[in-house]
Design a protein around this ligand. Structure first.
Ligand SMILES: [Fe+2]
Ligand SMILES: [Fe+2]
Length: 252
């Protein structure tokens, strides 16, 4: 795993921890939000990659600063590291979809403190910053949330925007922040097409999410797999997703 900055303004920072290694498992991005010396881990990742994630966390923030964790949905690449994090620090507060609480306990860590997110969404504090927990149900999990930081204008979009890229890929679409172009987007999005067609089940859920997200002021859209969309690529992605047919396994 490598750590790279996503956003920085004073004591308010976002980091991405991303995987460029040989493909042992589906590569996953883990995000760290830091405010006033307190940190949150967003979608902390799988059991298999926990040692690499923890080492990358330690490159950017003191692991003891991690007081919060957010779990967008129940998948193993999101949350199966839960008992390992809890073994390191059982004071971490876990913001998880209420609907998934009973299932997430199957990963272990029965003593972990869960704060259930109701279907309508909510918020979580990191230091003095309030992050909005935005409903993204059925994209692809039946209870699912994304995270919006209105001050940073950063949106963590979970599996939406995910691309399965070759090893060695950049953490930004277009190679770097500010390097976005229509050509770079068109090349990148080919790696995202099948994933969205097959894993996203519902056109109605897609429309509901797009209507909600279009109302937000987003400069950086951060998916849990693949590269980050910035600048004009954010709107390009929303337009592309809007026009895509999903749920293809039952339309054949
Ligand atoms: Fe998932
Ligand atoms: Fe995922």
């Amino acid at each position: 795993m490598k750590a790279a900055p996503v956003f920085e303004a004073g004591n308010h920072r976002w980091w991405v921890l991303y995987d460029q290694d040989e493909r042992r498992v589906i590569d996953s991005n883990v995000y760290i939000v830091e405010s006033d010396g307190q940190s949150a881990v967003l979608d902390p990742g799988g059991f298999e990659i926990f040692p690499q994630v923890l080492a990358a966390v330690a490159e950017v923030v003191p692991p003891t600063s991690v007081a919060k964790a957010f779990v967008s949905h129940q998948d193993p690449d999101i949350a199966s590291s839960l008992p390992l994090w809890n073994a390191c620090n059982d004071h971490i507060q876990w913001h998880v979809p209420s609907l998934w609480e009973g299932f997430l306990r199957h990963y272990g860590a029965l003593n972990a403190e869960f704060i259930g997110i109701p279907d309508e969404g909510g918020s979580m504090m990191v230091g003095s910053r309030k992050l909005d927990l935005v409903p993204a149900h059925y994209l692809h999990a039946s209870a699912n949330f994304h995270v919006y930081d209105p001050e940073a204008k950063v949106f963590f979009s979970g599996d939406v925007g995910a691309a399965l890229l070759p090893p060695g890929h950049s953490n930004w679409v277009g190679g770097r922040q500010g390097g976005e172009s229509a050509k770079a987007f068109d090349e990148h999005i080919q790696h995202a097409r099948f994933f969205h067609q097959r894993w996203m089940p519902s056109g109605a859920a897609k429309k509901d999410w797009i209507d909600r997200v279009r109302q937000l002021d987003i400069e950086i859209l951060c998916p849990q797999h693949g590269a980050i969309y910035a600048g004009e690529n954010v709107q390009r992605f929303l337009n592309w997703f809007d026009g895509l047919t999903v749920g293809t396994a039952i339309s054949r």
